[in-house]
Design a protein around this ligand. Structure first.
Ligand code: 7RM
Length: 632
């Protein structure tokens, strides 16, 4: 049975059905999957708890739906095509049959190292096929994976290990990225000095660089699978058992462990993948995200593989060995659907059209965008020079918490509109509320983006702290899930995402909490206080601007700025390094002591004519001093 929508009328029809009778709508889709036991009830929910359960008492294993389900029909079809960093290194193709064997074997190896159902496993590994194999092997045995982006620091890694009390780390010796070779295992070693729950570390040999192997703890991947059987019986999982935890930044404190569960996530990632990208059997699909982000989870690994698709995985960066690399790979593997981030598009746009011209790109049928608002200029460049004006561009809006794409055109089926994510997918009931929580009905309205009704791949909790989940997502506007994004519904009913309305900065599609960056800056011994805001950045979308009060004794401004950048890199990782640091004599504060970020944001973006009334500040004079310091 096909759950793919084929026409605009079909979209409206399915959407209507999904709202009028959500349970039947999703049951019909879920029936095309393999369940070891069918569910008793499709949905149980309330947003007060929140407490959401999909396919109640259903039993399944997601990897049977990726592997066994496809073996008979297309076992010899490529599941993963892996393109290495170095274009001269040979690429690797894994068919569904081969992937099945490798996942089963690694699953057995993990079990032999003492990991079982419910245990947490950290995957800290670069973009190699083993990343997907490790994720699926966890899912196979019922272990809960938490992939940590391999660019994160030892401190970030250790924080996550501690938060989820992980038992195992799966990593590599190093990582090839562009012309760099990055240590990975060394970071794990450092992280393990400040955490004590890890019993085993499995290390994949990728770069061949020297690493320390700790007796009794570390084991090479190739040794762990040596002689291990490729037969494995999948663990029986409840629909609501944890599939994975993925840490994401919020507006306060430390990253939260967003929890996704087996049944609903399986149904929704597969359904959304097929419909948004209009994947046809035989197509080659490529998502350039890293598996360390939700996009890599849902649209490199789970969604495409559940749909029996061929998913390309790329180890390198868009500009190595030259800024034509993406297009070279599209031509080389005859990519049909290409999915990337606006930040990559803008970075490549800066090189002009010359690096695109040598490539035909004729295999492309659909191009997609994700991670941040795509500005009209980048939209048109991507549409005209990559999509050659003939490929629908799907601007897909979603979040780590939503698990899958919620707002997007369906390629070639529903209309596109530059800079608009357009319309909700079937099953997604959006609403816009004003700051008082009043629902704004009708078109031509703007406000806070909320969701009224559960969808199968929504987060269930934040790991170890359900109250935080409730506070963050379900309390601002009671009865609704609040996304943290501002949105406009235009005169035609199309949605345009306006960006975050909370203290979250989106740098190159990566979420950073201002508080998180401030905490890192404050670790520097000379820092007294700091305030971080986002500002418009031509390529990254938003850059990080830090205002810092320092004890200047014995230091120059330049040396302090460099040291602070280093501190942040050390504590969080290079993606959080501030683009600009301004040493300031004070910060603008309200009488109750709250930092007025609104003013700092304006100064950071150079809009000093519209600072608004500053007279109510505790220290109005400081604004002038900061403006002068910023050269404005
Ligand atoms: C998939 C992902 C989520 C935040 C989200 C938005 C922003 C994502 C778009 C977008 C405008 C888009 N997950 N965002 N996609 N903004 N248009 N198509 O990125 O958890 O890392 O980030 O990203 O602000 O709330 S995420």
């Amino acid at each position: 049975m096909s759950d793919r929508i084929h026409s605009l009328g079909g979209y409206f029809h399915e959407y209507q059905k999904s709202v009028q009778d959500p349970e039947n709508f999703w049951a019909r889709i879920a029936d095309s999957f393999h369940w070891q036991k069918r569910w008793d009830k499709v949905l149980d929910w309330n947003f007060e708890g929140p407490d959401v359960k999909w396919f109640v008492n259903g039993k399944l294993n997601i990897t049977e739906n990726i592997l066994e389900r496809h073996l008979f029909t297309h076992g010899d079809k490529p599941a993963i095509i892996w393109e290495p960093n170095d274009p001269n290194e040979i690429h690797v193709t894994l068919t569904y049959k081969q992937l099945h064997e490798k996942v089963c074997q690694f699953a057995n190896a993990m079990k032999a190292q003492g990991v079982g159902k419910g245990d947490r496993v950290i995957i800290y590994i670069p973009m190699v096929p083993e990343a997907a194999i490790a994720m699926l092997a966890c899912a196979r045995i019922g272990a809960v994976h938490s992939v940590v982006f391999a660019g994160f620091s030892a401190t970030s890694l250790s924080d996550r290990i501690i938060d989820c009390q992980a038992k195992m780390v799966i990593t590599s010796d190093g990582n090839f990225r562009g012309n760099k070779q990055i240590p990975v295992k060394a970071v794990v070693d450092e992280a393990l000095t400040t955490s004590d729950t890890i019993e085993k570390v499995i290390v994949l040999k990728r770069t061949g660089q020297e690493v320390t192997m700790n007796e009794g703890v570390d084991i090479w991947w190739h040794d762990a699978i040596e002689g291990v059987s490729t037969h494995n019986i999948a663990e029986v999982m409840d629909s609501e058992d944890l599939l994975f935890i993925l840490y994401t930044s919020g507006s306060t404190g430390k990253p939260k462990g967003v929890v996704h569960t087996c049944g609903g996530y399986m149904i929704y990632t597969s359904y959304s993948f097929k419909n948004v990208f209009q994947y046809d059997q035989g197509d080659v699909y490529w998502c350039t995200a890293d598996v360390g982000w939700i996009t890599g989870h849902s649209y490199i690994v789970y969604g495409p593989l559940l749909a029996g698709a061929t998913s390309v995985m790329f180890e390198g960066v868009p500009t190595y060995p030259d800024p034509g690399r993406f297009w070279a790979i599209c031509d080389k593997h005859k990519v049909n659907q290409f999915y990337t981030a606006p930040t990559a598009i803008r970075a490549l746009q800066a090189f002009g059209t010359e690096p695109v011209e040598p490539y035909s790109l004729e295999s492309l049928k659909v191009i997609g965008s994700v991670g941040e608002p795509i500005n009209e200029e980048a939209w048109h460049w991507y549409h005209d020079h990559v999509g050659k004006g003939r490929c629908p561009l799907v601007d897909t809006w979603w979040q780590t918490e939503t698990g899958g794409i919620l707002i997007s055109p369906l390629a070639g089926i529903t209309p596109t509109k530059p800079a608009y994510a357009t319309l909700p997918l079937p099953g997604v009931q959006l609403t816009i509320v004003d700051n008082e929580g009043n629902e704004l009905k009708g078109n031509s309205v703007q406000g806070n983006l909320c969701i009224k009704f559960p969808w199968p791949s929504m987060l269930r909790t934040t790991y170890g702290d359900h109250e935080r989940c409730k506070q963050t997502y379900f309390s601002s506007f009671p009865g609704y899930y609040f996304t943290g994004d501002g949105v406009k519904r235009d005169e035609d009913g199309y949605y345009r995402i306006l960006g975050r309305v909370d203290d979250v900065i989106n740098v190159s599609g990566h979420r950073m909490g201002t508080a998180e960056v401030e905490n890192a800056i404050n670790e520097h011994p000379k820092v007294v206080e700091s305030a971080v805001v986002g500002y418009p950045h031509d390529i990254k979308g938003q850059g990080i601007y830090a205002y810092v009060i320092c004890d200047m004794e014995g230091r120059s401004e330049e040396s302090l700025q460099a040291e602070i950048k280093q501190t942040v890199t050390k504590i969080i990782g290079p993606i959080a390094r501030p683009d600009k640091i301004q040493i300031v004599p004070g910060l603008p504060k309200t009488r109750s002591g709250k930092i007025m970020r609104r003013i700092l944001r304006k100064i950071a973006s150079g809009e000093v004519d519209s600072l608004g009334d500053t007279s109510t500040l505790l220290n109005p004079d400081i604004v002038e001093a900061i403006k002068t310091g910023a050269g404005l």
